[in-house]
Design a protein around this ligand. Structure first.
Ligand code: KMT
Ligand code: NI
Length: 181
């Protein structure tokens, strides 16, 4: 099962775990309450995996590509890593599945605390439009990930503060509904 935990606020290397002491783990159910969804897939057979086919069909994820983040293969590697780690949101869901390697997605909880989600091979995650988040490689410095999208992809990040965007206000409304439910 995917591991997630609350982060410390030390400014040491972003690629380290940054666990609190004592560790404060976060469950898949707690992630769900933030609108973050997790699935485990068969990363070795993703081209023929019926579960992935179903997720794509049910959610209309018509677009799919693969991004490899490694210093020798990704153009403007250092710059891209900086952009990925700036706190931002998108107008659409961000859907990623790890095919090789690993990395961390950090998301803000309702109290604006950082949760670190350790993503490994076969982990698929959906971050809802409007959630503040960021991504970093871990100390393995390598990830190959599938990106899914509804229609023509738009990867534009809106760095925080982006509180006036409709995607943000809608996300906050969604959280409120979930809180009351
Ligand atoms: C993003 O948008 O933050 C990324 O694509 C990060 C890399 S996907 C593991
Ligand atoms: Ni993003």
């Amino acid at each position: 099962m995917v591991q997630a935990w609350y982060m410390d606020d030390s400014d040491e290397d972003q690629r380290r775990e940054h666990r609190l002491k004592p560790d404060q783990p976060v469950s898949v159910e707690e992630l769900q309450a933030l609108g973050v969804f997790y699935h485990k897939l068969d990363a070795d057979n993703y081209e023929t995996d019926p579960e992935l086919a179903k997720i794509r069909k049910d959610n209309n994820y018509t677009f799919m590509d693969i991004i490899t983040i490694h210093k020798d293969t990704l153009p403007n590697y250092e710059q891209k890593l900086k952009i990925f780690y700036e706190e931002h949101l998108h107008l659409d869901d961000e859907i990623r599945c790890i095919l090789e390697g690993s990395g961390y997605f950090d998301v803000r909880d309702k109290q604006d605390r950082w949760i670190r989600i350790a993503m490994e091979k076969g982990d698929l995650i959906t971050l809802p439009a409007g959630i503040y988040h960021r991504f970093t490689l871990d100390e393995n410095n390598y990830v190959k990930a599938m990106r899914l999208f509804v229609g023509d992809p738009v990867w534009t990040p809106f760095n925080r503060p982006a509180d006036d965007l409709e995607a943000r206000t809608k996300y906050l409304q969604l959280l409120e509904v979930e809180l009351k439910a």
